[in-house]
Design a protein around this ligand. Structure first.
Ligand SMILES: [Zn+2]
Length: 309
């Protein structure tokens, strides 16, 4: 039995510490840090920023991996079971949803419960296209790309962390307030930079930017639906190319974790160039973080849309 073996291993490893300073409380590591298990990068970012040195943060999606269809190994399911708090986004990663339901009921924070999620875009499921598990319930999960909604999630995560570790609640609140202010600043930068632009349509490889578009008055045309792995149909490609031509699109965006092939095909067809717009589903550049990628995205957007500041 894997869980029992794991527990035995953990117990034997912890023996020295246990003898010296007593059994660590459930959900806390031996050095007294709250064990926070996060589902994918933006939630890892929030948890690390709010938790600081007081928490030990693990991430279920490997850095550089595409999170939509993540699979969990038995060790990771054990991590979920042993966590003090699991931070995830229900409806985004079916394997994580299942592990939370089975192993972490009552000690999980669903980021999607903090804000009202937008419905998944309507072109998601064309006839014959495969149904994607992440869109069950018809909600779009990519909420972290809107700094305003992300700040609300951050505030509520701080409250939840404080419930899991009441002795440090004030510390979590302080850090969350600082992060909220940074997100407000980012929002202001976006709003100003995207205020006056020659175009407002963005063609992206997968429909991840609906929240960002919604916040700043842009229109997203996703080549595939909300799952990046879906193969767009020839009809969909023709439709996107037509739309790109009709709106004078100069740039077709692709992203870092998925092949740019489809975006390049459309760009050739339309006579546009390609550029990266990163949906922040995982980091690909060393030293990058949520804010640096969001600011690179803003530069890419203002260039592509011909915005004047
Ligand atoms: Zn996505």
């Amino acid at each position: 039995m894997t869980r029992r073996a794991l527990a035995a291993l953990t117990a034997s490893l912890a023996l020295g510490a246990t003898a010296a300073c007593g059994e660590p409380a459930s959900g806390f590591s031996d050095n007294g840090k709250l064990d926070v298990v996060t589902a994918f990068y933006p939630l890892e970012f929030l948890s690390s920023r709010i938790g600081g040195e007081a928490v030990a943060v693990a991430e279920l999606t490997k850095p550089g991996a595409e999170p939509h269809d993540v699979e969990l190994n038995p060790r990771q399911v054990g991590q979920v079971a042993d966590a003090g708090l699991v931070v995830y986004l229900k409806g985004f990663q079916p394997a994580v949803d299942e592990a939370v339901a089975q192993e972490a009921a009552g000690k999980a924070f669903d980021a999607g419960s903090a804000v009202e999620l937008l419905p998944a875009a309507e072109h998601e499921h064309e006839p014959g296209e495969e149904e994607h598990a992440e869109s069950s319930g018809g909600k779009d999960p990519h909420v972290w790309l809107d700094p305003v909604r992300f700040a609300t999630i951050s505030d509520q995560l701080a409250v939840r962390l404080g419930q899991a570790d009441p002795a440090r609640a004030a510390e979590f609140t302080t850090r969350a307030q600082a992060l909220h202010a940074e997100l407000d600043k980012l929002n202001t930068e976006y709003a100003q930079a995207l205020k006056t632009c020659q175009r407002r349509e963005i063609v992206t490889s997968h429909a991840a930017f609906h929240y960002l578009a919604d916040r700043y008055g842009l229109t997203e045309v996703g080549i595939t639906g909300i799952s990046p792995e879906a193969e767009p149909s020839p009809q969909r490609l023709a439709h996107v190319a037509e739309e790109a031509k009709a709106t004078g699109t100069t740039t077709i965006f692709f992203e870092t974790l998925v092949s740019p092939k489809v975006a390049e095909t459309i760009a050739r067809e339309v006579g546009a160039r390609t550029a990266v717009l990163d949906p922040l589903e995982g980091l690909t550049e060393p030293g990058a973080d949520y804010f640096s990628v969001m600011r690179s995205n803003l530069t890419a957007l203002t260039t592509a849309l011909g915005c004047s500041s």
